[in-house]
Design a protein around this ligand. Structure first.
Ligand code: SME
Length: 167
């Protein structure tokens, strides 16, 4: 990666999100290590996205998701397939948007400040889910189509930029 790729972004999501996705690709350029790339992706998303309190990755390890690199407060370490928002996104193999976590029966509360959440599965080249990207906000209904498009793009880029499975 080149030094100093992190530049501040405009307020308008229509302008900021493509630049943010580009910054994530830039910090991963020439690097295949999944931990390093997930760490920089989480840092960039957490730094630049407005009104979010947690951004990070859970990695598929056998029958569980295990906490990976993240930005935010310490979080629960292990989530079984099908449990919580993360395990549900893994099981369904598709993005899960939760506008109000208090109304999602199986939500796993890590940071009590979280009020809405989006989780995006990530696939290896063979199509297997290898990780999920999770983003939480203290604001209800924070994640609309622009945020979902951004996070799906970043999740696909990180998945494609890394070697799976992790050692
Ligand atoms: N809320 C998630 C757990 C992870 S934390 O949000 C960081 C869930 O229900 O799966």
């Amino acid at each position: 990666m080149s030094e100093g790729v992190t530049v501040e972004l405009p307020d308008d999501p229509a302008l900021a999100y493509p630049l943010l996705a580009e910054q994530v690709r830039a910090v991963m350029a020439g690097e295949r290590d999944a931990v390093a790339n997930m760490a920089n992706a989480a840092a960039l998303l957490g730094h630049h996205l407005r009104r979010v309190n947690w951004v990070g990755f859970y990695v598929v390890r056998g029958r569980d998701l295990v906490l990976g690199p993240f930005w935010g407060l310490p979080a629960c370490v292990r989530i079984a397939r099908g449990r919580g928002v993360c395990g549900t996104a893994w099981e369904r193999g598709s993005t899960v948007v939760v506008p109000d976590v208090h109304r999602f029966a199986d939500h796993i509360a890590c940071d009590p400040a979280s009020r809405s959440e989006v989780v995006v599965p990530m696939r290896d080249r063979g199509g297997s889910v290898v990780a999920v990207l999770d983003c939480d906000s203290p604001e209800p209904d924070r994640f609309g189509p622009p945020e979902v498009r951004l996070l799906e793009e970043v999740a696909a880029d990180v998945a494609a930029a890394c070697d799976w499975p992790l050692p």
